[in-house]
Design a protein around this ligand. Structure first.
Ligand code: FES
Length: 145
C-alpha cells in the first residue's frame, strides 16, 4: 500500500502525452524505488499491462524496484566516456565506494565532450553532475557522496 503521493503523481501526469516515464521518474524520486505494487497501480491508472510498466522499469538504470538508501554515484560507461578512459577509473571508484556508496552504470549524462562523467545523488550533495574526472577526482566524489 502506498501513501497519497502516488495518486498525486498519477493525477499530475494523467492527462499528459506519454506520461509513463515522467510518472516513473517522479515515483522513483518520491519513494526511492518503483516497487512491483506501485508498478501495478501505475499500469492500472494508465491502462497498460503490468508487463509493459515492468519492462520500462527494468530497462532503465534510473529505476529500481527496491529502495536503496545509500548515496548513489552514477558513472557514465558509454562510448565517449570509455574513449576518455572511464574503465581505468572503476577500480578506484569501487575501492572508494565500499558498501557505503552504490555505484551505478549509466549510458550518457550529456557530458560526452568533457568525460569521463558522473552524477552524484545523495543527501549530502544533492544531485550534481561532474566532468573531466580522473581517478583522484572520482575517488573524492565517491567519498564525499
Ligand atoms: S558518453 Fe559519457 S556523458 Fe555521454
Amino acid at each position: 500500500m502506498t501513501d497519497e503521493r502516488l495518486p498525486a503523481i498519477l493525477a499530475r501526469h494523467g492527462q499528459s502525452e506519454g506520461p509513463l516515464l515522467p510518472i516513473l521518474h517522479d515515483v522513483q524520486r518520491a519513494f526511492g524505488c518503483v516497487s512491483p505494487e506501485m508498478q501495478r497501480e501505475i499500469a492500472q491508472a494508465l491502462n497498460l499491462s503490468r508487463a509493459e510498466v515492468h519492462g520500462v522499469v527494468s530497462f532503465y538504470h534510473d529505476f529500481t524496484e527496491e529502495a536503496d538508501p545509500r548515496p548513489c554515484v552514477q558513472i557514465c560507461r558509454a562510448e565517449a566516456c570509455q574513449a576518455r578512459g572511464v574503465e581505468a577509473l572503476m577500480a578506484t571508484a569501487e575501492a572508494a565506494a565500499g558498501n557505503r556508496v552504490r555505484l551505478s552504470p549509466v549510458y550518457c549524462l550529456g557530458l560526452c565532450s568533457v568525460g569521463p562523467a558522473a552524477r552524484v545523488i545523495s543527501e549530502r550533495v544533492g544531485d550534481t553532475l561532474h566532468a573531466r574526472l580522473d581517478a583522484a577526482k572520482l575517488a573524492r566524489l565517491v567519498e564525499a557522496a
